[in-house]
Design a binder for this molecule. Sequence first.
Ligand SMILES: Nc1ncnc2c1ncn2[C@@H]1O[C@H](COP(=O)(O)OP(=O)(O)OP(=O)(O)O)[C@@H](O)[C@H]1O
Ligand SMILES: [Zn+2]
Ligand SMILES: [Zn+2]
Length: 763
Amino acid sequence: MAYARIIVDVPTMQTNHPYDYLIPDNLADQVAPGKRVVVSFGKGTRQVMGMVVGMRDQTDFDGEVKSVLRVLDDQPVISAELLALSKWLATDTFSFWISCLQTMLPNALKTESRRLNKQTDETEIVNKGRIQTREYVRATKTAADYAALTTETRKNAKNQIKLLKILTELVGKDAVALQTLSKQDKIPRATFTDAADKGWLAIEDHEYYRHPYAQLDDLPRTKPLHFTDEQQRAYDSVSQSVDQHLNDTYLLEGVTGSGKTEVYLQLIARTRQEGRDALMLVPEIGLTPQMVKRVKGRFGSEVAVLHSGLSDGERYDEWRRIARGEAHIVIGARSAAFAPLQNLGLIVMDEEHETSYKQDDTPRYHARDVLAWRAKYNHAPLLLGSATPSLESRARAEKGVYKRLLMPERTNNKPLPPVDIIDMREAEVDSYSGDISNALTTALQTTMARGEQAVLMLNRRGFSSFVMCRECGYVAKCPNCDISLTLHMDTHTLRCHYCGHEEAIPKICPSCKSRKIRYYGTGTEKVEQTLHQLFPDAGVLRMDVDTTRKKGAHGRILKAFGDGKADILLGTQMIAKGLDFPNVTLVGVINADTALGLPDFRASERTFQLLTQVSGRAGRADKPGRVLIQTFNPDNYAIQLAQRHDYERFFGLEMHMRHEGNYPPYYFTFKLTVSHEEEDKAAKAIFKLADQLTANLSDQAIILGPTRGAIARVKRRYYYQVVIKYKNEPNLQKTLADMLESTQMSSRSGYQIAFDREPLSFI
Ligand SMILES: Nc1ncnc2c1ncn2[C@@H]1O[C@H](COP(=O)(O)OP(=O)(O)OP(=O)(O)O)[C@@H](O)[C@H]1O
Ligand SMILES: [Zn+2]
Ligand SMILES: [Zn+2]
């Protein structure tokens, strides 16, 4: 007897382990680990999807063992490596195993149960996505046959004659897409189907890839650049580990414009020469069309691209090209950490400090940890790159856990751009909104007069643009969340950025009935209007969540700017990264302070990183650049050290602060959050969990809280949390696992509980 061990698609604690199912004879050679199957589960005839995670000869289950009903995949969709990874991930993030497996698969391979028959209520488990096929034409006869047919055919049957000529050329060759032939020679589709009926040709359905970047594959390939000495040294170190299959982790600290990407590209080339695969992760917003073009430009169709801007179908097709070994290089955002490459020889993580590498939903994994696991499994080096490494990584390099590589010079040998700080408490500002200092206005004028371009960054989208009553101080708030609504001028509405609630801007104060409703704060739209007032002739492109909602909008805006169609690119954080435009000589930061106002121990680190990144966009080619930073906190050390491009000083100072406050990287951290629609239930639950922690953890663990969430109510749910800080806590894993297992707080009674290892913030 053979049994399959199956994790069923029922994400609950009670079902979070493999079940044994009998493999019927007719499916014996189809069932294999990593394939999805259909099984019946529980009482009745309910069918669910399951993932085969192992096989065994006997079962220790006493009851009646059910059989596997159907196998959904011809080939495993989860490799042995990813299967092992999913198991580790479930343990490490306290998530259900099935949720981890689902996270690794493209959406198109998620299943749904579809109703087959209205009368009998029968359902079937099917894939959400479909493989696309196209009709292809194959010649089925010999050239001599076609010659004979041509003589037999009436001369005025022009389309048939044309088709016979094509078929003669196709003899012995691969099938060709019907659509292509029909277009090229203007032959109607009916001619092909008639011919197929007569046996002249065969029409076959071929699988077809939706190929999001096909046009890039045909461009002439770029040649490797001649390295600078610094690049060469970095390359030499990592390539040794590539050659010798060593699982080393490198931290490449290279200032903006030092040519890190070129080092990645040549290391990828090296890895391919060795016959192994390469994976490169970039933050979602860094995955610009420019970046894709650089990688595709070097390696062409060997590259698959994975990011959230693709449709489910496109993602699925790129994923299949990887799984089938047709693409050996993957560039992608966070979830590409699970790309099904078979033979990894190098893993690169660009901008390793980026917060978007942490998933803020279950499973709450950090892509860096996933990559480290895979690098170890594959005996491959992991290369982390950044101009401003995370404190965690830089501290590990200090200890010698990571090998440190330095590239302190720009490739163009120019110094980093000079940065001026403008004290907004005293600066003279524009008379329209007060957002733009005269110094910045003058700098913009000079830049445009020279025919050069400027990038302006506004920290956070519309974060502080809100509506307030001058009479009574009323601020419009979201009915579902504990947060004020944000003003959107394009739609003339107030919107909640957490739940999407939208309402009209009130004309009369709902609280005191006065008409003194006024707009406050700074948003990208408001700055855009001010720029139009100040420079009526200037071309301004705005890039924020609102203007990039449509597919491909992001790329179109950047292309227009790169083509010189605008003088100023105004945007949120999304313009800070990766852009390499030679004509940009001025970078302006409208407000450097937003993050500093938050009670978050990482606020300084974020501010320093963001200012450094955005400053790095200026003066990347021949023309010298400059940077202006407007701030209400000109004495803040993060801002001052960003001005001096002094990462090392910042690292030293910030480490001191973290040491004083018992923060990471001196302590590990873990956050537990409970939410419920009724506030007292959430509060009671978190106090119970906190008691359990105190009872089970050693006394060197520090427990912060319980506290109310910084935004206590989101989407009608109340949030309460505790944070655990620890250095070495042998009981942690077990305590949390027991908690997860024994918790009375089922989702059925309305509770949600979130386990977050190394949370990005405590608030
Ligand atoms: N060895 C080289 N010789 C000449 N130019 C180079 C060399 N290496 C890279 N460059 C060019 O220098 C510019 C900056 O390089 P790149 O974008 O790779 O830097 P980076 O460190 O990745 O930058 P950032 O972190 O700011 O995005 C690019 O235009 C690139 O083509
Ligand atoms: Zn809301
Ligand atoms: Zn009022």
